[in-house]
Design a protein around this ligand. Sequence first.
Ligand code: SAH
Length: 417
Amino acid sequence: MKPTINIRPATLEDAPFLAITIMEALDHPVYDESQRTDESNEILPKALKVCQSEDTMYTWKHGWIAEIDGKTVGALVAYDGTDYAERRQVTFPMFGDASEDFLEMDLETGPGEFYLDSMFVIPEYRRQGIGTALLKKGIEHATRLGIPKVTLAVDPHKPDNERLYRSVGLRTTGTFFIFGEDYHRMELATTQPMRIDILTVLPEMVEPFIHTSILARAQKRNLVEIHVHNLRDYTTDKHKRVDDYPYGGCAGMVMQCQPIDACISALMAEREYDEIIFTSPDGEQFNQPMANELSMKKNLIILCGHFKGIDWRIREHLITKEVSIGDYVLTGGELAAAVMTDAIVRIIPGSIGDEQSALSDSFQDNLLAPPVYTRPADYKGWKVPEVLLSGNEKLIRNWEMEQAVKRTKELRPDLLK
Ligand code: SAH
């Protein structure tokens, strides 16, 4: 049976264990007394003072203790980064000599961040989920305090640690220079992901798409939640019908009010929606500015029409925005919903590895994208423009801009107006 792990806030009595935690995290093995060196024996009492104090960054007040059967088996030191700079000024001098070098280091954290500083689990209790439980506690605490981001630094020589942090949702976003090395910086947003609800009579058309590529990744990264609802699940008709003949006797079938109303009402009872969108060839034309705007919303419903369309009364009473993806008629709104969802989600920061890449796409600055090339530089005598091989950053950026303007003038002069 898995042991029950209890995580509790530290008290002053936990300071000795917290001192060990920060020493271990700084690569001074001291938990195992036989491994202590003269140096670590000299630092440990200082570390203890630091943990007993209330205004250092390593204060016991920033500690969380993991216990199994009442025994302390691990700890996490984590805190709001707002007053980090001040606390660091107090903390480092307490360590004496080496502290001056430390004060030159990059600031590890700051306002708007909850910083996971140090974590330690005693060796015989590793691989039992204690680290994960401590990290989750830290993330939960940050979320409760309303701090938008959880961050940490990980030694690039410790890929196992990085993997553990990834497993609770942290992502590597860059590096910073501390303790004489480039540490990886990892972070996690504590704010709620965006939510898109797609309403359709053909979920099988949408499902595979939302579980592929960037959309799959954005959901895994907790940037967006996409839910697909089968309107047939909401009909009160015993034959599961969702459509009926149109009044007036013209050809085709029309989607009925009841299932759509029931589904939208159920969703609206759960949360507020920024827009309830209906995909329709007579709607406002979808484009990049609309995608940008929608990507900043919290909750969206996208209703897919089918057959001859939906009962007009739904459009009058429930829909807040009607969107067309182009001047042609599709069989259903599913492809339109997929197109919109893709364009909206890929520009949520973090969806695409290199954010720059989404920003340099066509249309983002009302310009078409410049041509792109990859290796080899000469393929069957077809050559890559010389300037791209020059290594001169400035010349390359100028060339790209020239090309973008030239292509836009030729192909889409309307964008330049
Ligand atoms: N009779 C309707 C078309 C029905 S097509 C008309 O002429 O307007 C069936 C459904 O496909 C529509 O209700 C809509 O949800 C979707 N659809 C078709 N073409 C679309 C487009 N260009 N953009 C967005 N949705 C579209």
